[in-house]
Design a protein around this ligand. Structure first.
Ligand code: FAD
Length: 164
């Protein structure tokens, strides 16, 4: 699996900035054998690096790629027809299958493919697909130790906007 290129640089789509910074800290510690305050990693330094990367329009890391992809997937589900035609169902299914084969974070894609096999997409209508997408996302959240999203709120989050 290509998590690193031939010169040892990490695949950006496979690691978050935080993970990459922790790795570089480990490497520099290995080299010097001591922890310097300059390389100390805390939330502030990570936030700063994330800000700088955004301002410089750097290539996306794993987390930014994930957020952008979930934005697209949940929005596609939110605008999926109430009564999809056979073609519309097929198009959605092949989009998801293709994504699971081409997603640049390879181990994320592997798990997504496995999950698609166990939980095939529910393509009958908009609300079923939106709920299914929410459950797919929650399985990733669970794996990463993140909060589980309340799937009854999916329409508010991805279509109508939060009620004040
Ligand atoms: P995200 O999880 O990206 O969520 C973005 C927004 O979606 C949230 O702010 C919230 O408002 C909303 N949201 C959260 N959960 C739900 C839900 N269940 N339903 C509807 N809306 C919701 N990262 C890894 O480290 N390992 C992996 O194996 C991995 N696999 C991934 C597989 C796929 C297909 C995708 C698209 C991403 C994957 N990621 C993986 C990335 C990961 O899911 C997150 O995108 C990333 O960690 C950034 O998380 P975040 O906390 O910013 O919010």
């Amino acid at each position: 699996m290509d998590y690193f290129d031939s010169s040892g640089k990490p695949c950006k789509a496979c690691f978050s900035v935080e993970e990459m910074m922790k790795m570089s800290k480990k490497f520099s510690e290995n080299k010097t054998g001591e922890t310097s305050t300059k390389t100390e990693i805390n939330e502030k330094t990570i936030e700063k690096v994330v800000e700088e990367r955004r301002a410089k329009q750097c290539p996306v890391d794993k987390d930014e790629l994930g957020r952008s992809t979930w934005n697209l997937l949940h929005t596609m589900a939110a605008y999926y027809p109430e009564k999809p035609s056979i073609d519309e169902k097929k198009n959605m299914e092949s989009t998801l299958t293709s994504l699971s084969k081409t997603y640049p974070c390879s181990y994320c894609a592997d798990d997504f493919r496995k999950d698609l096999k166990v939980h095939p997409p529910k393509l009958e209508n908009r609300s079923e697909l939106s709920k299914w997408m929410c459950e797919m996302h929650n399985r990733v959240n669970e794996k990463l130790g993140k909060d589980i999203f309340d799937c009854t709120k999916v329409k508010e989050r991805w279509l109508d906007g939060w009620k004040d």
